[in-house]
Design a protein around this ligand. Structure first.
Ligand code: KIV
Length: 275
């Protein structure tokens, strides 16, 4: 028997049971070292298709492929031992039919070992969620601002500003929950709408740019760490990694150029005195 302590992984029913209870902590992750850092703090790590914009420099998530999501999902699974890992299904991999969605979701789960998948769930998606959930795929829905629809919508725009749009977002959330999703991400809606959805659906809501009136929160990790010089208005920055990285790299460059770059022996002594 291994002497290592087994860490119990958070499951989809655990997240489902958090409705109205302890708030769900969630961040995006795309690689192994960051997943290791985030894992002890988070209930849910999302391998978001935001990876296309955040890591690969794409203008939208539309160009993200199934192979990219699987590669990043595998990397995150190597780093996360406790948090539930959900992988986003990319644009074009689930909209055609429930059968297409099931086949691609099963491939993501088999090849990454992740615990759930997430799809952007317009009202058209209810049949697909029902089909997958009935076949043992744990599904998270995503309503409100749906980044994969940004090209059709004319940009990344907050949702629910008109009565009709508000009704549509509520209908999407209800259809998503009724179809069997175990949680729903709500993106880019005002507080009163987030509250109404959260009070209406039986599954936990996880907000991004959707106020504190949700059952949990998710942020794009690179946004909250201040990796970019621009972040959406709603994002609180908890660090300024771009500036700190710039300072560290500038110091390295200075040390190389002025030949003060330390010898291995000096580095070893510095590390030892660090503790
Ligand atoms: O892809 C992503 O990072 C997401 C979050 C914005 C929830 O879907």
């Amino acid at each position: 028997m291994s002497a290592q302590t087994q860490v119990r992984r958070v499951t989809a029913p655990d997240i489902r049971a958090r409705k109205g209870g302890e708030p769900i902590v969630s961040l995006t992750a795309y690689d192994t070292p960051m997943a290791r850092i985030l894992d002890p703090h988070c209930d849910l790590l999302l391998v978001g298709d935001s990876v296309g914009m955040v890591v690969h420099g794409l203008d939208s998530t539309v160009g993200v492929t199934l192979d990219m999501m699987i590669l990043h999902g595998q990397a995150v699974m190597r780093g996360a031992k406790r948090a539930l890992v959900a992988v986003d299904m990319p644009f074009g991999s689930y909209e055609q039919s429930p059968e297409q969605a099931f086949a691609n979701a099963a491939r993501i789960m088999a090849e990454t070992g992740c615990q759930a998948i997430k799809i952007e769930s317009g009202t058209y998606a209810a049949d697909t969620i029902r089909f997958m959930a009935a076949r043992s795929i744990p599904v998270i829905g995503h309503v409100g601002l749906r980044p994969q629809a940004a090209l059709a919508d004319g940009g990344f725009k907050a949702k629910g500003r008109t009565d009709a749009e508000r009704r549509r977002v509520i209908d999407e959330a209800v259809a998503t929950a009724d179809a069997g999703a175990f949680a729903i991400v709500i993106e880019g809606v005002a507080e009163d709408l987030a509250r109404e959805i959260t009070e209406t659906v039986a599954v936990p809501t996880i907000g991004i740019g959707a106020s504190a009136a949700c059952d949990g929160q998710i942020l794009v990790t690179h946004d909250m760490l201040g990796v970019f010089d621009w972040t959406p208005k709603f994002v609180k920055r908890y660090d300024n990694m771009a500036e700190r990285t710039d300072a560290a790299v500038a110091q390295f460059a200075r040390e190389v150029r002025d030949r003060s770059f330390p010898s291995e022996r000096e580095v070893y002594t510095m590390k030892r005195s660090d503790g």
